[in-house]
Design a protein around this ligand. Sequence first.
Ligand code: ATP
Ligand code: MG
Length: 447
Amino acid sequence: MELHPPQAVREIARRLEDAGFETWAVGGAVRDAVLGLPVGDWDLTSRARPEEVRRLFRRTVPIGVEHGTVGVLGRDGVLYEVTTFRRDVETFGRHAVVAFADTVDEDLSRRDFTCNALAWHPLTGELRDPFEGLRDLRAGILRTVGRPEERFAEDYLRVLRALRFAGHFELAIEPATWRALVEATPMLPRLSAERIREELWKILSKTRRASASLSLYAASGALAVLYPELDATIGVVRGGGVRPDAWTESLLAVDALPPTRPLLRMAALLHAVGMPAARSRDLRGGWRYTGHEVLGGRAAAKVMRRLKASNADIERVARLVTHQSDIFPPDAPDAGIRRWIHDLGADLIYDLFRLRFALARAEVDGAGEPPRDLIERWRRAHAVMLSHPPLAVRDLAVGGDDLKALGIPPGPRYGEILRGLLERVLENPELNTRDALLALVAEEVQR
Ligand code: ATP
Ligand code: MG
């Protein structure tokens, strides 16, 4: 079979082979290349031990020598991972402890799914496919290598990987694999927060139609176990039944945002987590969700903290969820828009609009156009942003030194005076000159 790896991959394989070490391309690269999809990282597996790989190449990086992985810098400046043939010796349902193996087939047998257990020889073009991964791929089936109960129990992360791969490649999960996977979901909380988070992150950042994998999270029970806040949004309806339920809208909103913006997609996914708690009857007998955004911001932060996300990411997602409905009214004057930008933070404005557009599209089942008045409001906010108005005390044309020069004794009063000036300047940015502001201060001091 002819695949087309970068020249550097062939060069690395040739040097290893010339030194007597059988070497293959493996894993995701082979799978993606066979499918005719763009390939991310080409990984190699070799009979050479890490120390032998390091001897053979001038520029290497010990990426995970204890796992047998050495990074080799290709002539193209890319770092390629070369991992010694491995086999699993002991398992804890979290991390498999590995030992080195003698054959590539043995190495392939410890891999998770048949479609990931392919090896391709960069010099001969031979494809090793001992578990008929190619047949499964062509038939659109995801299946574990070996008995699914055992393979999931060895490493529960494989449950989440199955859901991700099945969604990403639009594969149907083979029935025995599916049954074992569903059975294994109660064990998922044993995984570290980091591994759980990284899996979700890969869905959000690699898969355009992320809803496919996320729907499988829901169907398998993984959602209920790992993300009960999201599971609780299933079936939560608004809009008297003409709109999809809150979970479906969340998925549609995620799909409406690009994989290049995973954090924004995260906010879309979590945008409705405050709805179950906020739900009450309205006077016509329908449901209303007044204040769900603020509750949702808190719940979203809780989810993100549980995932051990960074403080910056937690805060960003919480702010987006909290302010999801806080776009200024269509008839707001420019001064109102400036005040709005000041209150929410200029760094949030564009993402808040993107989120709003995605939610608007989701609301009409993913197909609708963004509402015209939202576009108009975006246009106005954009114009105000482009005018770079003063929005913070540090943007004022005067500062503490000027107040001192006016003979005002330093103290908390400085803050009050400057905030007062900012209020005036938000109203009328033309006041933001040294002379105008000093005149205002002088007036204030004399009173
Ligand atoms: P992608 O990088 O596109 O998400 P991938 O298949 O390359 O997909 P990686 O996590 O990069 O996934 O792993 C590379 C290969 O290592 C996989 O194709 C699979 O053969 C093997 N592998 C990775 N994680 C596991 C695991 N938890 N259990 C068994 N095999 C695994
Ligand atoms: Mg990979």
